[in-house]
Unconditional design. Structure first.
Length: 409
């Protein structure tokens, strides 16, 4: 009878020690490892320690919940545990650890957040009111800019699933033919006075030249960036014939590149994938591939606003570009053409802040050309047509439009 009793005693001791280790190791890691402010696996700021500005009942009541969020973000070994969980789900169960990423064929990943996949599958459609919002948004901006002798160019950049639908999983079957972007472009061509540049056809056509998008990232690769830039440059040459030929495309070597990608980060997968870059030896216009003529040192994608002034500009024009992350890869080709190009980052969750920043730049350093680039999935939510460049100018445009309508009658 003594053996089972001894076994239970040692079992209790081992269990107790394991329990203490499980509690103490994460705590020790939390207090001994360097403190982080950014969650690298999720690309966001960690929750700050809750503070009391004033000793009030509401502050005391909310403290436990805020402290729990603070501690959860700094739990020792958190990233390692999340990475292990994600790796297990992907490698063993072939399932994505997050609803925002879909695992496709041959190692391709697709972003499904913000309605991106619903648009491609034909699930979403614009209402008549939303289409009218888009028309008014573009035409009001054009009217405001034209009154100040500023040319307006609007550009849509395609999502990855638009260019590479063949690698989507079989279960991602289209609900109906056509997409919301198809619907929007057809409406704008027929009803809107603003010419809108759609990069989708150019990117689909360029697939024969090589891989255009990263397998495990939402963005286009070096060749995709160049194709998007060249199509925009061709559009601008129609208005500015003095615009020079495009810098020739330069494929980075070696052909296999270690890349930290946003979709793997969203999935919390560890390490950096090594992706092939099967770019053909296609030489644009028969010329050899060379490095672009100007490499700016201050291309700061992390800043809301920055400017580039190349030493030998082709055209004495000042350009303002309102863009998202897809335009970052175009800047190295775009900026050498112009005397000064200024870039304002599109913050999806703070459009009013961006509009006010654009208004500030235009007031202090008026451009002759305004380029607005938007990723395809961001078009699903039409911008507010009643808010233009800081808000103050909209009344002026609205009054002008109303006066013209009354005069016509």
């Amino acid at each position: 009878m003594s053996t089972p009793s001894k076994f239970r005693k040692w079992e209790a001791v081992v269990t107790g020690i394991a329990f203490m280790v499980a509690i103490m190791v994460p705590l020790a890691m939390q207090w001994t490892l360097p403190q982080r402010e950014i969650a690298t696996s999720e690309g966001r700021k960690l929750t700050a320690f809750p503070t009391f500005k004033k000793l009030k009942w509401k502050s005391l009541r909310d403290f436990p919940e805020k402290f729990e969020k603070y501690y959860n973000d700094r739990f020792g070994g958190r990233n390692d545990l999340l990475a292990a969980s994600a790796t297990l789900k992907v490698k063993v169960f072939q399932t994505s650890p997050t609803r925002d990423v879909m695992i496709g064929k041959n190692g391709w990943l697709y972003y499904t957040g913000e309605g991106a996949l619903d648009d491609h599958l034909g699930v979403t459609r614009f209402t008549d009111e939303q289409l009218l919002d888009w028309k008014e948004y573009l035409e009001r901006r054009q009217a405001w800019l034209a009154k100040r002798n500023i040319r307006y160019v609007f550009v849509f950049a395609p999502d990855k699933q638009t260019v590479y639908p063949e690698y989507l999983p079989d279960r991602a079957a289209k609900f109906r033919d056509g997409t919301a972007m198809d619907q929007l472009m057809a409406y704008l061509r027929q009803n809107c006075s603003v010419p809108v540049l759609d990069l989708r056809p150019a990117l689909v056509e360029a697939k024969r030249m090589g891989q255009l998008y990263w397998k495990t990232d939402t963005h286009w690769m070096y060749l995709g960036e160049y194709v998007g830039y060249e199509r925009l440059a061709a559009e601008l040459r129609a208005a500015y014939p003095m615009l020079g030929d495009s810098p020739y495309f330069y494929a980075k070597h070696p052909e296999r590149i270690q890349q930290e990608t946003d979709l793997r980060r969203i999935m919390r997968l560890p390490g950096k994938p090594v992706e092939g870059v099967p770019v053909s030896n296609f030489a644009f216009d028969g010329h050899p591939q060379v490095v672009p003529p100007f490499q700016a040192d201050n291309l700061r994608a992390d800043k809301l606003t920055y400017s580039v002034e190349p030493p030998h500009a082709e055209v004495p024009l000042r350009v303002l570009v309102y863009h998202d992350s897809f335009f970052n890869g175009l800047i190295k080709y775009f900026c050498p053409h112009f005397a000064k190009s200024t870039y304002v980052w599109r913050t999806v969750d703070s459009p009013e802040k961006c509009e006010k920043e654009i208004a500030r730049v235009m007031e202090n350093d008026p451009p002759q050309l305004f380029v607005e680039e938007m990723l395809e999935r961001y078009a699903n939510t039409p911008p507010d047509p009643h808010y233009v460049f800081g808000g103050g100018a909209i009344d002026e445009v609205a009054v002008q439009t109303k006066a013209e309508a009354e005069a016509a009658h």
